[in-house]
Ligand binder design. Structure first.
Ligand code: NAP
Length: 248
């Protein structure tokens, strides 16, 4: 069964690893091409945008794709919506893999906000020294904040305008809670800003923030398209794919 995995996550790489070795599955993984040195999944890989929902629809038809797994990051809302549109047009089965979001634990001091602009508003007045861990996209939402100092961590340099007072830290997780705590202390951080990415790869900063009694601004995920079929784990996605392939 020719299957497209929309990737850029650990779940997508794990699913490609499992399915590529199985008879009856022909897997193509797709990456956006944003990261300079991406971790590549096993098997066939294509890189770069499709050209919107219409471009994706064309690509799916030309490549005779029979099923789609959207295993992109929970904040990659555009490609998930495009996949839903193209799958509906072509009558293709589509599963969105969404790891559960993070939940507040005892000792946490979190403020949940709906988007980046609301996060920037929440930062002003919350503290002087901000640890911004939202990836390389969206930092421009904080560019107008001139009173705060920012430690900006991303895998590759951020795009767009940056806040005037900042230090850039280029690094790829996972990180340990002890390392994260040292980082918070070294930079005398008052407030942490994060997306609700979920998973354990980047959760150490939340443990460190709890230990340091820091305020954490958590940006909520974009909604999935209405009627989306969702699995939380790679195991669920693999079962879904096998069920589709066997016609059950
Ligand atoms: P997005 O806003 O949902 O997508 C923007 C455009 O990028 C899409 O319209 C599509 O271009 C292209 N695109 C996105 N994912 C693609 C994929 N897997 N294969 C081919 N084209 C793709 O996505 P994003 O937030 O920029 O994220 C880009 C990629 O980075 C995703 O694959 C995601 O899994 C990964 N990632 C994102 C985050 C995050 O915080 N957003 C974090 C970690 C990893 P066209 O319209 O031209 O098809």
């Amino acid at each position: 069964m020719k299957t497209l995995i929309l990737g850029g996550t650990r779940e997508a790489r794990e699913l490609a690893h499992i399915a590529s070795g199985e008879r009856g599955f022909d897997i193509v993984s797709s990456l956006a091409g944003r990261v300079r040195d991406p971790l590549l999944p096993e098997g066939a890989v294509r890189i770069g945008g499709f050209g919107g929902a219409e471009g994706l629809r064309k690509w799916l038809a030309e490549n005779e794709i029979a099923a789609i797994v959207d295993a992109t990051h929970p904040f990659a809302g555009t490609i998930s919506a495009n996949a839903a549109r193209a799958a509906t047009d072509l009558g293709l089965p589509l599963l969105h893999v969404r790891r559960p979001g993070w939940s507040e634990r005892s000792g946490d001091r979190w403020i949940r906000v709906p988007d980046l602009d609301a996060a920037a508003q929440a930062v002003s007045g919350a503290g002087d020294r901000v640890f911004l861990t939202i990836g390389r996209q969206g930092v421009a939402a904080f560019a107008g904040l001139t009173d705060q100092w920012f430690l900006i961590r991303a895998i590759d340099p951020p795009t767009g305008a940056l806040p005037p007072r900042h230090e850039l830290l280029l690094a790829r997780g996972p990180f340990t809670p002890a390392d994260e705590l040292r980082l918070l202390e070294r930079h005398r951080i008052d407030v942490l800003v994060t997306k609700d990415s979920g998973g354990d790869q980047t959760a150490a900063k939340l443990d460190a923030a709890r230990a340091a009694d820091l305020l954490v601004i958590v940006i909520d995920r974009p909604e999935l398209p209405p009627g989306a079929v969702v699995g939380e784990t790679v195991e669920e996605a693999w079962k879904w794919l096998r069920d589709i392939a066997s016609g059950s």
